[in-house]
Ligand binder design. Structure first.
Ligand code: DGJ
Length: 721
């Protein structure tokens, strides 16, 4: 890993062990992109640096600028668009200088651009870590003058893809809706622009800011799990975001670029004299080993450099959550009863969900009043917490700080604390409105209320929910030039609040939830230790949701509950083992009415929880290999391999068996060919080499029926090999 500068070419080389990203200063003093792909042996191997010409130098209006200010004759998606105080809307950025810093963890490059006339500066930042293949980039702008400048669009960066030769690019992205987040979508890129985005004020259940591009098209099959070039990335932003993939009509197949950042829709920022504005981080990578390796590289980066360090290396506890069986009927007795059963099953964390505070008898009231309900829990939380602790578990609680019910003390006292336009109605969703976290007084109220809750009670886990998108985004109290800053200030307000609470209560770990998986991105994952993946807890549907999730995000963050059967969504009936196996593919939780489970079910559950604890280090910290996709047929097969390859676990789950399809044959991946592995879980334990397991594989003829499953554990007989 290194970042180097070659003075005679005025070019920078950002290199990881296998990848290179190169750009430089062209004659006109603008920054041009040169290369993104496999690392090459010599600096002069890169086009634009040595004998090979830069493939991206065309007519100026199509050139591959490293960071495009909107000005001059340019029509592609700009990175930055501003209006100066004199109403000039033309930004002309020239290279000024650079700074390179290194420590034993990472290298960071800052490239400074300045406007040709106005005292306005843009800093481009690039960072690589010693132990990662992922590159980070972001930008900041500085107003060095004495009049304000209006920012109308600002991206974290644009990535230019190399020419694919024959065929073209294919985009993989994750889209869906409530109950169906992270569905894998694939589409060939054609001339024009494809946008992935949120305009809802949060990351959204409908899409997540992650993309992957591979070569496909006429005569080209494209990458698969194990081979093929994939360029991928994700944006760390939990507010309105945008990813655009644009293919030039002039440069067919060549001029493909991906730009990502804060969504410019309805955005504007009044940059006052002396102030700066920084974008979110865009993290990106490249591999020639398919989507599987792209996921593994991105996961490892998240484990090492995104997830909060306090909990990143520790096992995520098995939790129990009472939302599905109890809903709002929280009582001391019901919680204590559930806690006893949960502890007997081996749960390590007991979480009270919605319904414990204010006048929260249903979703019609109480949000905003963060004190314990005096009617439902007259003794407060303490007796429950003590009971949970006595049972050997930790205690966790649910909150939804950014929301308020009109029927609440908070709203009655501060009706102006929500987003609203004075002349318009306030559209409610789930009987709630969105608090204006752009306001520092609202942030202060929430910090005080939540700090008190966490200070007065021994809480070690918080599930932070967000159950509706923003509408009528008015902030009439702010100066008109600043009202549209609310989209960004809300997300910053959320980050500030969570950062302050984390700092004040370092023993607490946090779960990001938003009606299921509506707030999952690399920004929230810098502050949340795990995620509630989806409200859809059906173990079969979950296989599709979870597969998509792991394309982008690390399995240790993906929480999955075992709930009651038949499932409330589709009345699908599945065995307890199947439900557990589906949930063991990420962080394990139990969310059923366990007091009603039979003794036999409780015993089976206890055994399965124990089994999970034996292999959770593989799921949570290992390398994921996807073998059979639920989208392709009758099976899902996923394995998790320890980084040193001495241990692995493989899960095989059937979906609907159809038309006498032959049984699954699963070839393991990622093992050491010469190591002998003991294989447990298919018949009597036996021993086989990694080579045999990967070449021939294991047969799952015994999984004959719908919703059948197996868990196979592999351990090296000859450690060290
Ligand atoms: C939506 C979440 O996704 C659920 O798990 C639950 O916490 C409810 N909100 C509570 O209102």
């Amino acid at each position: 890993m290194s970042i180097k500068y070659l003075a005679e070419k005025r070019a920078w080389f950002i290199e990881t062990a296998t990848t290179a990203y190169v750009f430089g200063v062209e004659e006109g003093n603008k920054l041009l992109h040169y290369y993104w792909g496999t690392r090459l042996p010599n600096q002069t191997d890169y086009p634009g640096v040595g004998p090979l010409p830069n493939q991206y130098v065309y007519d100026t209006h199509e050139a591959a600028y490293e960071y495009l200010g909107w000005g001059g004759i340019n029509y592609t998606e700009p990175d930055l668009k501003v209006t100066f105080a004199d109403d000039v809307r033309d930004l002309v950025l020239f290279y000024h200088d650079y700074d390179l810093t290194e420590n034993n963890v990472s290298s960071e490059l800052k490239v400074v651009l300045k406007d040709a006339y106005y005292p306005f500066q843009v800093n481009l930042f690039y960072r690589v870590f010693n132990d990662s293949e992922i590159i980070e980039r972001w930008a900041s702008v500085l107003n060095l003058g004495d009049t304000p400048t209006r920012i109308e669009q600002i991206s974290s960066g644009t990535l230019h893809l190399p020419s694919p030769g024959e065929g073209g690019y294919r985009l993989t992205h994750l889209a869906g809706r409530w109950g169906a987040e992270f569905q894998v979508n694939r589409t060939n890129i054609t001339d024009g622009k494809k946008s992935l985005e949120s305009r809802r004020g949060h990351t959204s259940n409908e899409a997540t800011p992650w993309f992957a591009l591979d070569y496909a098209g006429p005569g080209r099959a494209g990458a698969d799990e194990d081979q093929g070039q994939v360029w991928f990335g994700g944006l760390g932003w939990s507010g309105n975001w945008l990813v655009t993939v644009e293919q030039s009509t002039y440069l067919k197949g060549k001029g493909v670029r991906v730009s990502s950042g804060i969504n410019p829709f309805d955005f504007s920022w009044n940059l006052k004299p002396g102030q700066s504005f920084e974008t979110p981080v865009l993290s990106f990578g490249y591999t020639s080993e398919g989507f599987g390796e792209a996921s593994r590289l991105f996961h490892r980066y998240q484990l090492r450099h995104i997830l909060p360090a306090e909990f990143a290396g520790k096992p995520r506890p098995v939790l129990y959550n009472s939302w599905e069986p109890i809903q709002f009927d929280v009582t001391e007795q019901s919680q204590m009863d559930l806690a006893e059963v949960a502890a007997r099953m081996g749960a390590e964390l007991f979480v009270i969900d919605d319904g414990w505070f204010g006048a929260r008898d249903s979703d019609h009231a109480g949000l905003g009043d963060w004190f314990v309900s005096p009617t439902k829990l007259p003794n407060g939380l303490k007796p429950i917490i003590e009971h949970v602790h006595a049972l050997g578990m930790e205690f966790g609680i649910w909150i939804e700080p950014e929301m308020v019910n009109p029927d609440s003390d908070l709203y009655r006292a501060h009706p102006d604390w929500v987003y609203y336009f004075p002349t318009r109605s306030r559209t409610e969703r789930r009987q709630q409105l969105v608090l204006n976290l752009s306001r520092t007084d609202v942030q202060a109220y929430l910090f005080e209320a939540l700090d008190k809750l966490l200070s007065e009670n021994a809480i070690s886990f918080v599930k932070w929910d967000y159950n509706r998108p923003v509408s009528e985004p008015g902030w009439p109290e702010a100066p008109s030039a600043e009202q549209r800053e609310m989209w960004v200030r809300s997300a910053q307000g959320f980050y500030n609040l969570l950062d302050r609470l984390r700092a004040a209560h370092p023993q607490v770990s946090w779960e990001s939830c938003s009606s299921g998986g509506g707030r999952v991105d690399l920004g929230v994952l810098r502050r949340a230790d795990q995620v509630w993946t989806s409200d859809n807890t059906d173990p079969y549907d979950r296989l599709f949701i979870q597969e998509g999730y792991t394309l982008a995000y690390a399995p240790r963050t993906m929480f999955c509950w075992v709930v009651d059967t038949p499932h409330w969504l589709g009345k699908r009936d599945t065995s307890l083992t199947y439900r557990f196996h589906s949930s063991m593919l990420g962080g394990l939780g139990i969310g059923g009415h366990i007091s009603n489970w039979s003794e036999e079910e409780k015993t089976t559950a206890r055994g399965l929880v124990e089994e999970y604890k034996q292999i959770r280090h593989l799921v949570q910290d290992g390398l994921i290999y996807r073998h059979l996709s639920p989208r392709d047929g009758s099976y899902t097969a996923v394995s998790y391999v320890r980084e040193d390859r001495l241990e692995a676990v493989l899960f095989v789950l059937t979906l609907g068996r159809r038309l006498a399809l032959p049984p699954a044959q699963v070839r393991l991946k990622g093992l050491n060919p010469t190591t002998l592995y003991r294989v447990e879980g298919v018949g009597e334990p036996f021993t086989l080499s990694g080579a045999a397991l990967m070449q021939h594989g294991l047969n799952f003829g015994h999984l004959k029926y719908d919703f059948d499953s197996a868990k196979i554990y592999l351990s090296a007989l000859e450690p060290g090999k």
